[in-house]
Design a protein around this ligand. Structure first.
Ligand SMILES: Nc1ncnc2c1ncn2[C@@H]1O[C@H](COP(=O)(O)OP(=O)(O)O)[C@@H](O)[C@H]1O
Ligand SMILES: Cc1ncc(COP(=O)(O)OP(=O)(O)O)c(N)n1
Length: 264
């Protein structure tokens, strides 16, 4: 029997395939990790914004989680859009105590500016889910919310990463600099060491789903047994190439290209 690495995403959808569950599954597939998904919300969205959101009933989210965990191996898991506290509590209950690397992409707002989770859910995520995770991957606005800090320099990014680990109990924090100007610099702080990952900024509007793709790539690499540092290093390369070779699809922020890199 063939051994296979398995990754799970718990997130919302994007019918245009650029972000959310669809981006996660494409990334898992490209990185040869068997992809599984639990859907939290069905989102009508495209490259221009969010048109509507339908939340999956709580009992159905719980049943999907049970379907996966009762039957399938999960070598790494990630969350994306979790719209409200009730959903977070179910996920918290189901992932607590599991010895599975857990990547949180603390999705709050889409590139278009549309809110994807409620205000009180943002607090709940910080206070109750962060202590469970192996790593959390905020962009600048998400890191600003989590820490209450103004983040506009590389130095404040590093301070935010330290605060997320030491004050909120995340296993590690990857603060992403896509929303700053200049090079695309991310910092990974694991409680002891600060690591920097830098790529040249690509001049494109096609950045829809970059955070989903990056966190899914990290999840897939971790499912293969790579260390967090190795997974972030390779994930950064994967997302950079996916942006570099992105598609001019739609009339807004186009999607990244998940075929851009094929390596494990
Ligand atoms: N224009 C760009 N050129 C190169 N890398 C980018 C660009 N925009 C974002 N990135 C990188 O893509 C990843 C996703 O970051 P970011 O855009 O900050 O997150 P999110 O998609 O969650 O808002 C990070 O590694 C970031 O540095
Ligand atoms: C269902 C869903 N989840 C997450 C996002 C946001 O994705 P992200 O990768 O942060 O990309 P941007 O939309 O910020 O470019 C989403 N839009 N939909």
């Amino acid at each position: 029997m063939k051994e296979v690495a398995c990754s799970l995403t718990i997130a919302g959808t994007d019918p245009t395939g650029g972000a959310g569950i669809q981006a996660d599954l494409k990334t898992f597939q490209e990185l040869q990790s068997y992809g599984m998904s639990v859907i939290t919300s069905v989102v009508a969205q495209n490259t221009t914004g969010v048109q509507d959101i339908h939340h999956i009933p709580l009992a159905m989210i719980e049943k999907q989680l049970d379907s996966v965990f009762s039957d399938m191996p999960v070598h790494a898991m990630k969350t994306g859009m979790i719209a409200n506290i009730d959903m977070m509590q179910i996920i918290q209950k189901k992932v607590s105590g599991k010895d599975i690397p857990f990547i949180i992409d603390p999705v709050m707002v889409a590139t278009s500016g549309d809110a994807l989770i409620s205000d009180d859910a943002r607090d709940y995520l910080r206070d109750h889910l962060l202590p469970l995770c192996t790593v959390v991957t905020p962009n600048i606005p998400e890191a600003e919310f989590l820490t209450g800090m103004k983040i506009d320099t590389l130095d404040t990014m590093k301070k935010a990463a330290e605060k997320i680990v030491h004050e909120y109990g995340a296993g590690a924090a990857l603060v992403k600099g896509g929303h700053l100007v200049g090079d695309a610099v991310d910092f990974l702080y694991d409680g002891n060491h600060m690591h920097e990952f830098t790529a040249s900024r690509i001049d494109t509007v096609n950045t829809h789903g970059t955070g989903c793709t990056y966190s899914a790539a990290i999840t897939a690499y971790v499912s293969h047994g790579l260390t967090l540092y190795e997974a972030v290093e390779k994930g950064k390369y994967f997302v950079t190439e996916a942006i570099k070779q992105s598609f001019d699809l739609g009339s807004g922020n186009g999607p990244t290209n998940h075929w851009a890199v094929r390596l494990v």
